[in-house]
Design a protein around this ligand. Structure first.
Ligand code: KG4
Ligand code: ZN
Length: 333
C-alpha cells in the first residue's frame, strides 16, 4: 500500500505517535505527562525530559497497534511548531533520525493547521470553505478554511487563550491542572447564576484576561464576606465561568458566520472537548441553519493522528522538507 505515514506530536506536554495509511488512522497512541499536575501548569524543562522518556515506547506502540512493521513506513511527519521549543526538539530530532536511518521523506506540520485538519480523520468532514474555531491551551482563533492547505486567521485572542482562562480559573479554585475538564464536570452539577462581564473587544478578536481578573476579584470579595464560599459554591461558580467563556466564543463565531456568509462551522483544539461549548454550538447551529462539526474528543486534544492526516495532504503533493529543518516555537502560517 502507498501512503503509510508515521506521525509524531510533541509540541507541549503530550507525547503522541500515529500511523496513517492513505489518510486513514490505523493507530493513535498518547502518553500524557501527569508530572505537571504537582506544579499547577506545564514546566517546559520537565516536559522535554518526559518526551525523551516517552517517545520511543509511544512510537513502538503506534507501529505495533497499526498491525504494520517498521519497514512499511513510507514517510515521517512531525510537528514543527508552534509550541515549547524543548518539547518540539525531541519530536523533530526523533523524526529526522528515523527518516535518515530508513531513507524516508520528512513532512513538517503546523500544529494549528493540524488541529483544523483533525476533522478529516472522521467520516463527517466539513466542506470548503468552512469556519473553524480553534480553542486550546495556547491558542484561540477563528479561521476561514478554504482548502487543506489554505487557511486564513480572521480573529484571535489578544491575550490569554480560552484554555488558559479555564486553567487559570481552576487554579484560583484550587482545582488540579489542567482544570478545563474538571470545570466542565463540575459545571454540569451547578447552575450559571453568577454574572461575569463580557469583554467588549471590537471585530472578531477575543480577550480573556479581563474575565480572569473579574473572577479573581469576585472570589476575593465573596471569601471576605463568607469564608468557604468558593468551595461551597464550586459547581455554580464553574457553571457561571464556563457559560461566560462559551458565550464569548459563540458571539464571535456568529459574527464571523454573518460577515463571511459561511454556514459550515467547525470546532477544533482541546477546549472543543467542553460539553457546554459542544452543546451551545449544536443549539446555535440548529437555530441558524449551520452545519456544525465537532471531532471526537481524542482528535480534539493534542494527538498525532491529526499530524498524520495533515501530512497525508502534503504527501500526495510531494511536499517534503529537508533534513536541516529546525523547530519553530512561533509559527504563524
Ligand atoms: O489542544 P490541547 O490539548 O493543547 C494545546 O495545544 O494547548 O488543549 C489543552 C487545553 C487545556 O487548557 C485544557 O484545560 C483544555 O484544553 N480542555 C478543556 C476540556 N478538555 C481540555 N477545557 C474545557 N473543557 C474541557 N472538557
Ligand atoms: Zn494543541
Amino acid at each position: 500500500m502507498n501512503g503509510i505515514i508515521l506521525a509524531i506530536e510533541s509540541s507541549c506536554d503530550d507525547t503522541s505517535a500515529a500511523v496513517i495509511a492513505q489518510g486513514r488512522v490505523l493507530s493513535n497512541v498518547l502518553a500524557t505527562q501527569e508530572v505537571h499536575r504537582q506544579y499547577g501548569g506545564v514546566v517546559p524543562e520537565v516536559a522535554s525530559r518526559a518526551h525523551q522518556t516517552h517517545i520511543i515506547p509511544v512510537v513502538e506502540a503506534a507501529i505495533r497497534q497499526s498491525g504494520l512493521a517498521v519497514e512499511d513506513i513510507q514517510a515521517v511527519a512531525f510537528t514543527r511548531g508552534p509550541g515549547l521549543i524543548g518539547s518540539l526538539l525531541v519530536g523533530v530530532s526523533f523524526a529526522k533520525a528515523f527518516a535518515l536511518a530508513r531513507q524516508l521523506p520528512l513532512i513538517e506540520i503546523n500544529h494549528l493547521q493540524a488541529h483544523v485538519l483533525a476533522h478529516f480523520a472522521t467520516p463527517h468532514a466539513p466542506s470548503f470553505p468552512f469556519l473553524c474555531l480553534t480553542v486550546s491551551g495556547g491558542h484561540t482563533q477563528i479561521l476561514v478554511v478554504k482548502s487543506h492547505s489554505d487557511m486564513e486567521i480572521i480573529g484571535q485572542t489578544t491575550d490569554d487563550a480560552a484554555g488558559e482562562a479555564f486553567d487559570k480559573t481552576g487554579k484560583m479554585l484550587g482545582l488540579p491542572y489542567p482544570a478545563g475538564p474538571e470545570i466542565d464536570r463540575l459545571a454540569r452539577l451547578g447552575s450559571p447564576r453568577f454574572e461575569f462581564p463580557e469583554p467588549q473587544i471590537p471585530g472578531l478578536d477575543f480577550s480573556f484576561s479581563g474575565l480572569k481578573t473579574s473572577i479573581l476579584y469576585f472570589l476575593q470579595k465573596q471569601e471576605a464576606e463568607a469564608p468557604g464560599f468558593s468551595q461551597r459554591e464550586l459547581p455554580d461558580i464553574c457553571a457561571s465561568v464556563q457559560a461566560r467563556i462559551v458565550s464569548i466564543l459563540l458571539r464571535k463565531l456568529i459574527r464571523a458566520s454573518e460577515q463571511q456568509g459561511i454556514c459550515e462551522v467547525a470546532l477544533a483544539g482541546g477546549v472543543s472537548a467542553n460539553s457546554g461549548l459542544r452543546a451551545a454550538l449544536r443549539l446555535e447551529g440548529e437555530k441558524r441553519g449551520w452545519n456544525t462539526y465537532i471531532p471526537p474528543i481524542e482528535y480534539c486534544t493534542d494527538n498525532a493522528a491529526m499530524i498524520g492526516i495533515a501530512a497525508w495532504y502534503k504527501y500526495q503533493k510531494g511536499d517534503f522538507c529537508a533534513q536541516d529543518v529546525a523547530p519553530l516555537a512561533r509559527w504563524q502560517f
